[in-house]
Design a binder for this molecule. Structure first.
Ligand code: HEC
Ligand code: HEC
Ligand code: HEC
Length: 453
């Protein structure tokens, strides 16, 4: 018993020492010299010099997270729900009291690449500083310049964080950083200046890996560059599946160069339309990038694909990942098309009838939708994903394509949460998941309720 008590006392003491160290041990911040990027190996976009700061901010997509749904740009307050509670993004307009007006360049760099706030507190990794560690100092300085000199100060205090104990103790984040922060600076794996630029954008400012890579139990991103096979191999965001961008059935390997470019630039192509968080990436960042930068991202993603990138006919992938040579495996889809076209109520199960009543007006009986306006559901990745969450949420909440410069109409799909009960949503989702050439497991009614807002 005495020994046991001593061990407990020893552990408590050790714990206290760790806590004291976490709070008091001096922080070592990343020096600007470490944020090096070989400029001459990189195709920097040919932009007018005075426009450079704006484009650096666009490429790092600061607006997507730092703008609340109906709030002023960069004034913060966007909610980030996590299993440990909700975090709100900061006001990063140069307002002296509620924003970052008082930040020096050194403090700003510390927030971006070390996750340390102006007052020395640690930032939650909802701010993607693990990815921003690849930013070039030239971009850090440009972003600072833009935020301080070209953004209007807005007085706005975002809501207090609502994190549960012990996650509300910010010094604990420091321990997390010890296991998760990659080395600062960016090194290109390729001599090709376009591929190097693409890698820089994807790994660094655009932080594509933050969503498209898996995370371990400690929420640490697996891999920060393509030398790690986990990098961009697919992740999950609040239950929404984030597709893999690598491997033979990923979009870069199965879509043509044009289709991939269209998706990133306009949010849609013949195979798909952006949904979930990807909508914000297209809306605030990708559509505003110079053409040369989008081309660099596309070239980099295609170079990662095992086949060097998909060709023009590769717009459809069946559920098991095999690529149909033609747009659709006619054999598999004709049965559903005939059944829906005959529309004989006696021959149709509930799911098919619900589809005919609610969905076929836009997505049609053949599940083909219409090119770049209504996405195809036959062979669709969200429909066929292992996790049905994306499909369930789309049916309940609807979806809206962003209005982009190149495709300025914003066509919306209505939500069906009020019209369909859980059992009906499950029947409908199950039907869609095995209609045409689709082949994914059914959905149970008791899986639906948790996704209603
Ligand atoms: C993926 C979402 C996301 C992106 C992208 C993002 N941020 Fe943040 N940022 C946050 C969140 C959330 C916080 C608050 C974190 C916290 O309270 O611990 C934050 C905090 C900050 C802070 C600390 C401010 C303070 O005093 O509280 C600064 C500065 C900042 N971000 C700047 C930027 C800049 C500049 C960019 C673009 C280069 C950017 N952020 C991109 C989510 C994001
Ligand atoms: C904030 C999280 C987030 C970030 C950052 C992000 N994505 Fe996505 N991305 C998603 C989600 C979620 C989807 C699935 C969209 C859907 O369900 O309609 C997606 C889908 C895609 C797709 C379509 C894949 C498919 O198989 O249908 C491509 C291509 C893509 N993203 C590329 C990128 C690139 C390139 C970047 C960086 C420039 C990026 N994404 C950054 C969340 C993100
Ligand atoms: C008014 C026309 C309309 C109706 C009715 C409609 N949709 Fe949609 N649907 C759309 C549009 C437009 C999109 C693209 C929105 C986006 O991706 O942001 C879409 C997107 C989707 C997606 C996501 C596909 C992807 O690749 O992003 C799924 C799944 C889907 N719809 C299923 C359904 C189902 C099931 C029904 C019936 C309950 C239905 N839709 C009814 C127009 C419609």
């Amino acid at each position: 018993m005495r020994l046991f008590l001593r061990i407990v006392a020893g552990l408590v003491l050790l714990g206290l020492l760790v806590v004291v160290a976490l709070i008091l041990w001096p922080l070592r911040l990343t020096a600007p010299e470490r944020l090096t990027v070989a400029d001459d190996a990189m195709a920097w976009p040919a932009v007018e010099k005075e426009d450079y700061p704006r484009l650096a901010v666009v490429a790092a997509d600061c607006a997507a997270c730092h703008t609340a749904d109906d709030g002023a740009r960069f004034a913060g307050g966007r909610a980030f729900p996590t299993p440990m509670g909700t975090i709100y993004s900061s006001n990063i307009t140069p307002d002296d009291e509620t924003g970052i007006g008082g930040y020096t360049l050194d403090e700003f760099r510390a927030a971006l690449v070390d996750g340390v706030r102006g007052d020395g507190a640690h930032l939650y990794p909802a701010m993607p500083y693990t990815n921003y560690r690849k930013l070039a100092e030239r971009d850090v300085a440009a972003i600072y310049d833009y935020m301080m000199n070209q953004v209007e100060p807005v007085r706005n205090t975002p809501p207090e964080d609502e994190m549960t104990f012990p996650f509300n103790l910010r010094f604990g984040i420091r321990a997390w950083k010890w296991v998760s922060l990659p080395r600062p600076g960016f090194t290109a794996a390729s001599d090709d200046p376009v591929l190097a630029r693409g890698a820089y954008l994807v790994e660094g400012p655009e932080h594509c890996g933050a969503c498209h890579s898996p995370r371990n139990a400690l929420f640490v991103q697996s891999g920060y560059d393509a030398s790690d096979p986990d990098f961009l191999s697919g992740g999950e965001l609040n239950g929404w599946p984030v597709p893999s961008l690598r491997g033979e059935d990923g979009a870069p390997a199965t879509w043509s160069e044009q289709a991939l470019t269209d998706y990133l630039r306009t949010g849609r192509n013949a195979a798909s339309g952006v949904g979930g968080e990807m909508t914000l990436v297209v809306e605030h960042s990708l559509q505003e990038l110079p053409d040369s930068d989008v081309a660099a991202i596309v070239a980099y993603l295609r170079a990662l694909a095992p086949n060097g990138g998909g060709s023009d006919d590769g717009l459809l992938v069946t559920a098991d990942g095999t690529r149909a040579g033609a747009l659709r495996d006619a054999q598999d889809s004709t049965g559903t098309i005939a059944m829906l076209s005959a529309a004989d109520p006696d021959e149709m199960e509930l799911g098919a009838r619900l589809y005919l009543d609610n969905c076929s007006g836009c997505h049609f009986s053949d599940g083909d939708g219409s090119d770049s306006v209504v996405p195809r559901l036959d062979g669709n990745r969200i429909v066929n994903a292992d996790s049905p969450v994306g499909l369930i949420k789309t049916i309940l909440d609807g979806a809206e394509l962003p209005s982009t410069h190149l495709a300025p109409y914003a066509l919306a799909m209505p939500g069906f949460a009020d019209r369909l009960d859980d059992a009906e949503v499950a029947e409908l989702a199950s039907f869609v998941r095995r209609a045409w050439s689709n082949d994914a497991p059914p959905v149970e009614a008791d899986a639906i309720g948790q996704y209603r807002e």
